[in-house]
Design a binder for this molecule. Structure first.
Ligand SMILES: [Zn+2]
Length: 108
């Protein structure tokens, strides 16, 4: 536990994606330290998914990396001919999202 981090500093004070704490009071489009590229840049304006993963992306992935993923996602969908109405295809894409952005799939 990092006792030194105040609420306002929560986003910048953490560099390890595994022990991440998201400050939900943070205003939108704030700078975040991206766990993927390590740069401090603008984050997303809102969670890309209404899930825990979406919150994690919002709090720790920069816009640049997110755009990288969107490009990658398009090629994955084309490559595997994914039908996103299929829950299994969506699950696979979620796993790919997490792997691409965070390097590993979190165990919970
Ligand atoms: Zn990044």
């Amino acid at each position: 536990m990092d006792a030194g981090a105040t609420e306002a500093d929560a986003v910048e004070g953490v560099h390890d994606g595994e022990s991440y704490s998201i400050c939900l009071d943070y205003p939108t489009m704030s700078d975040i330290t991206c766990t993927r590229c390590g740069q401090t840049r603008e984050g997303l304006a809102s969670p890309p998914f209404p899930t825990e993963l979406g919150q994690r992306i919002l709090g720790s992935i920069c816009q640049v990396c997110w755009k990288d993923w969107l490009k990658q996602q398009t090629s994955i969908i084309n490559h595997y001919a994914l039908d996103l109405r299929n829950p299994e295809a969506r699950r696979m894409l979620t796993t790919q999202t997490e792997t691409f952005l965070f390097g590993t799939v979190a165990k919970s």
